[in-house]
Write a protein that binds this ligand. Structure first.
Ligand code: NAP
Length: 255
């Protein structure tokens, strides 16, 4: 049985991946939708034409991950797509947010994403795809978003290296690096602070980011960057030393 596994499917970009993939991907027998809010996943499953299996689980929970792995074995599943969207961000000065929220972010964005990839890889075959939600925050260090940006730098680096390792087996990895996307992400992220308001000028709809990511994954591209502004940011962070950029950002904050 061919399956597509989508984490973070109860909201934002994960939900959008499921909706857009539902219009094609005829060779996928089941969508496996993962997030903690089961009622949201069930509502999504009812809306989709594909057969869906709902996993209302916390991906940082080892027991739940063991169960997921067991189901993969039992159903003789071949994972054609793994899309790791589950993640959150916490803005504000390093010491302001609650320590557990900060550490939980590392556990979810880095550890759980790695664990999911590790456990599902044996169920993949030639022509399978992995899509990892990194962020443009991965491109350079971000004061007042320090741990989140570091967690996404991890995802980006991990995904690019893994892509090189897996390409000879015909498994292709795409690191998706959007700027601000209009999803409920900010309800959590802005609890303890905000980053540069100028960033919000680059806000895009999830539909656009996801369509681009699916296209880039199909074309076996290792990195997916959606808009001209974020592409320009990507190039800038490669061309100019980060020390200089950090000084410029600090100056901008004082204006
Ligand atoms: N929005 C942006 O501006 C932006 C920009 C760049 C990158 N990203 C990244 O894109 C990804 C998706 O974000 P989004 O914008 O779609 O945010 P979102 O709407 O808040 O979605 C986050 C998803 O993660 C799930 N989740 C959170 N903790 C979980 C856990 N412990 N176990 C299982 N699922 C969990 C949530 O579902 P439950 O609460 O139901 O568990 C939700 O479905 C994230 O990795 C984010 O860092 C977002």
């Amino acid at each position: 049985m061919n399956v597509a596994v989508i984490t973070g499917a109860s909201s934002g970009m994960g939900m959008e991946f499921a909706r857009q993939m539902d219009k094609g991907f005829k060779k996928i027998d089941e969508f496996w939708l993962i997030a903690r809010r089961g009622e949201k996943l069930k509502a999504l499953a009812d809306e989709l034409a594909h057969r869906c299996r709902v996993f209302a689980m916390d991906v940082t929970d080892k027991g739940a991950m063991d169960e997921l792995e067991k189901t993969l074995f039992e159903k003789n599943a071949v994972v054609r797509m793994l899309i790791n969207c589950a993640g959150y961000g916490v803005m504000g000065p390093f010491r302001k947010p609650d320590r557990q929220r900060t550490l939980g972010m590392i556990r979810l964005n880095c550890e759980a994403l790695t664990d999911m990839t590790y456990r599902l890889l044996p169920f993949m075959a030639a022509n399978s795809r992995i899509i990892q939600l990194a962020s443009s925050a991965a491109f350079m260090p971000q004061p007042d978003f320090a741990v989140y940006a570091a967690s996404k730098a991890y995802v980006h680096s991990f995904s690019r290296a893994l892509g090189e390792e897996l390409a000879p087996q015909g498994i292709y990895v795409t690191s998706v690096c959007p700027g601000p996307v209009d999803t409920p992400f900010f309800d959590i992220a802005e609890k303890d602070g905000t980053t540069l308001s100028v960033k919000k000028l680059a806000m895009v709809e999830p539909q656009r980011v996801v369509a681009q990511a699916l296209r880039d994954s199909y074309l076996r591209r290792p990195v997916s960057v959606c808009t001209v502004i974020i592409k320009a940011f990507y190039v800038t962070t490669k061309a100019i030393p980060h020390g200089m950029l950090l000084k410029a950002v600090s100056a901008l904050k004082k204006i």
